[in-house]
Design a protein around this ligand. Structure first.
Ligand code: SAM
Length: 254
């Protein structure tokens, strides 16, 4: 109840969410008292936990259209990495659709700062890392006036579409028109933010999935695994990105 009221009042005010930048360059949420991304860096997490976990880029090859659904847009890094990986893949699908929900949008300046800090500093030749700030600038240009509701933008000559549903996860998922081929669950830790991982939220996510949809996340919390199984997903624990031992990937059984 307190969290819902908080959500509505902050969204209604359309203020940017405060991000706390730590001395090591990592972004934290004062509201949720959690980090926006893994200690190993945002790029590593996006590529290993989310893209690889959801079977990308292989999954979109040969497809006309491919849709990703994410819970928790945050600093947009998963979107930017997915876009950059799509751009770098000669066998990419014709159109990439990315839909995400977010109750507390951050500022455009934080989106850009996050993309510049995504790493890895020791591998500056990494083409994805180099593209992130460029793509983030394009996102920052349209990132304004984020009132509650659905916002949609097109990039890459219309071939990449971002749909951002601003609002509380369950209400926005109900309004979202999306049939996902892949899902990223990225709503902070289930212990600190149970609403993003509740049975009702995951049920709504599953309703937006095509049969055979893949799903990826960093948590292997038993409650999350059990809920996903009950919803028809085959769930697998995989070696995680250090310092986490495990990550989770799943497929919605046809
Ligand atoms: C770990 S961050 C997401 C990081 C993001 N995917 C990225 O690539 O930068 C989790 C996000 O979930 C959002 N969130 C948390 N609880 C929410 C809720 N109940 N409804 C909608 N969004 C929520 C937070 O505001 C935060 O931006």
């Amino acid at each position: 109840m307190g969290q819902d009221q908080d959500t509505l009042s902050v969204v209604a005010l359309c203020q940017s969410e405060r991000v706390l930048w730590m001395p090591d360059g990592s972004p934290h949420s004062p509201r949720f008292k959690d980090r926006y991304r893994s200690r190993s860096g945002g790029l590593a997490q996006a590529m290993t936990v989310f893209l690889a976990g959801a079977g990308l880029p292989v999954g979109w090859r040969g497809r006309n259209r491919f849709s990703v659904l994410e819970t928790g847009f945050g600093l947009g890094l998963n979107f930017l990495c997915t876009w950059a990986a799509w751009e770098a893949d000669p066998q990419r699908c014709e159109r990439l659709q990315f839909a995400s929900v977010e109750a507390f949008p951050v500022s455009a300046a934080d989106l850009v700062r996050s993309a510049r800090n995504a790493g890895p500093e020791d591998q500056p030749e990494c083409s994805i890392a180099l593209r992130l700030p460029v793509l983030a600038e394009q996102l920052a240009q349209v990132w304004q006036g984020l009132s509650p509701g659905i916002h949609q933008w097109r990039f890459a000559g219309g071939r990449v579409q971002l749909t951002l549903a601003v609002g509380e996860v369950q209400a926005t998922l109900q309004d979202l028109d999306c049939q996902a081929d892949a899902v990223y669950l990225d709503g902070f830790s289930p212990a600190l933010n149970p609403q993003m991982w509740s049975a009702q939220t995951l049920h709504l996510v599953a309703q937006h999935c095509r049969p055979g949809a893949t799903l990826a996340t960093y948590t292997v919390a038993r409650s999350v695994r059990e809920r996903l199984r009950q919803l028809g997903f085959s769930v697998e624990k995989c070696p995680g990105l250090p310092p986490k031992r495990d990550r989770l990937q799943a497929v919605l059984r046809p």
